[in-house]
Design a protein around this ligand. Sequence first.
Ligand code: HEM
Ligand SMILES: *[C@@H]1O[C@H](CO)[C@@H](O)[C@H](O)[C@H]1NC(C)=O
Ligand SMILES: *[C@@H]1O[C@H](CO)[C@@H](O)[C@H](O)[C@H]1NC(C)=O
Ligand SMILES: *[C@@H]1O[C@H](CO)[C@@H](O)[C@H](O)[C@H]1NC(C)=O
Ligand SMILES: *[C@@H]1O[C@H](CO)[C@@H](O)[C@H](O)[C@H]1NC(C)=O
Length: 507
Amino acid sequence: MDALTMESITRFQNWPAAISILVLTSFAVLVIHHARRPSFSKGAPRFFDAGNWPIIGALRFWTDRLNFVNQGIHSSPSGNFSFYFGKNQIVGVSGPEGRKTFFESKDLRLAEGYEVLFATQPAIPDDAYKGEMAFDKWFQRTIIGQTRKETFARNLPLFINDTRESLERMVARAGNPGLMDPFDDLYKIIYQLTVRIVGATEIANDPKLRAKTLGLFETIAGASSPTRIIFPWLPTPAYIRKNLAGARLYYELNKLVEDRKKTGRRENDTLQYFIDTDEPIIRSLTFILGALFAGQLNSGITVGGVLISLAWHPEWYKKVQEEVDGVIAKHRKTPDQSAIDILSTLSIDEYTDAFPLIDLCFREEIRFQMVGTAFRKNVSGRGVPVGNAGDIIPKDAYVIYPMDDVHFNPEYYPHPEEWDPSRYFPVEGKDQPPYLGWGTGRHPCLGMKFAKLEMSIIGALFVAMFDYSLTDVKGNPLAAAPPKDRSGHSSERPKTPLRLKYTLRKH
Ligand code: HEM
Ligand SMILES: *[C@@H]1O[C@H](CO)[C@@H](O)[C@H](O)[C@H]1NC(C)=O
Ligand SMILES: *[C@@H]1O[C@H](CO)[C@@H](O)[C@H](O)[C@H]1NC(C)=O
Ligand SMILES: *[C@@H]1O[C@H](CO)[C@@H](O)[C@H](O)[C@H]1NC(C)=O
Ligand SMILES: *[C@@H]1O[C@H](CO)[C@@H](O)[C@H](O)[C@H]1NC(C)=O
């Protein structure tokens, strides 16, 4: 804008109008700039044009994901299809070949796929992906380093104490018999255990700080919005909320670091590792948030989900209770030990091996909880290949793979809508069906052992402490949980709230 226009604007004291014009013009320029989306290269799978809007692209990918993806798959003879979401080119793949490419191709990067299309994680600067210490490599290495068996062994008594204390506090609050919400009470226990491992001891030990930081994390996790993906330059309210929550977490973490430095107090945790290795606070925070994204939602929802499913599958509930009671009987040293005292004496290896049925139930529950798609981006940047080996994912395009392509495929999982852990019982001469619950190929879940340990501890303690049944929020008995809505984007609490009605067991 030149000086003359500037002057005329100020002279006519016409600020509000001038600003509106400026904003609208910039908006139009940005939108027009944005509308120029790259066209799909030759070899890309068939374009699926249902609901393809100018500029916005396929809004149904957001609002009606499951149906949109299924229709895309069926619209294309190869089972692969392509579409736009905002300016992003996206390829949906399916079937054994598509799955193999998705999980095994070196061209496809996980972090950038989730960062852009899942869009809840903190943004990572572009250059963070290059070089020796690329952010994703550093993140993986740090997770592996901080989740070793010795760390679990050292924390096991704390994990058990955390779980026991929380359940006892719950009884003190809600009575006996009482009603509890597994997606709240158990979700919070998962947060406490997770933050012990990937965060800071002070947070794990202090209920107020736990509640505050979990709230901030939830604000960030809930801030995924289609607007942000379609118009990445637009500061949406969700984006602003997310950044404010991030800033407040930064403040809390900084306070802990300063306090440890000032007092010389040390803790044996991930935050101490970051302090000792001079990691900047922002990187430490990005790590902790990333680890919570990977660990909190999945584990927090699935652990509650297993106990709900057991409540309305009595034959499995009975088997699991017998398993837990058997372990308690086996480890009993004196008649006056309580069940929880006995469970407090088990080692890491015992928690890993002694509850195979809880593990099978967990496996089956994950199949149900894992809705939506996994994400990747083709970052290979190589030239267009010669030859024709099936559909090509263009350079810089995003790729999605719907987990239900395997987990709800009757070919692999007969009667997929039935919750039945016995489907994993080994049968001679029969292979296990493909299973993606812990990922596969180049990006297997790095938290599987931790998640299974959390499930065994919380599951065993809960089943040992209580007899329980499924009810609605008012405590009216329910014969079954409503079918899980599979149209979501990630693990989430059921749409209809549920409760467990518990009674303390005597032993
Ligand atoms: C019930 C609990 C969990 C389930 C069902 C689960 C499932 C998965 C799946 C399916 C993937 C692969 C995603 C993909 O291929 O796009 C994955 C990756 C990952 N998970 Fe988990 N996870 C759970 C808990 C955890 C926990 C507790 C942590 C850590 C504290 C964790 C850390 C990770 C990480 C870091 C990756 C990415 C690996 C990479 O970048 O190569 N997960 N998880
Ligand atoms: C931290 O834990 C490790 C074992 O995981 C142990 O070897 C080390 O001595 C502990 N350090 C402190 C300061 O407690
Ligand atoms: C167990 O947890 C409670 C409350 O969270 C705490 O006061 C107590 O010190 C813990 N005990 C141990 C042995 O860590
Ligand atoms: C679908 O896409 C994947 C990934 O590019 C590819 O491996 C597979 O061959 C394609 N399927 C067909 C039938 O073209
Ligand atoms: C990624 O893009 C490059 C360049 O177009 C291409 O050569 C490669 O085959 C693509 N990768 C996949 C897995 O389709």
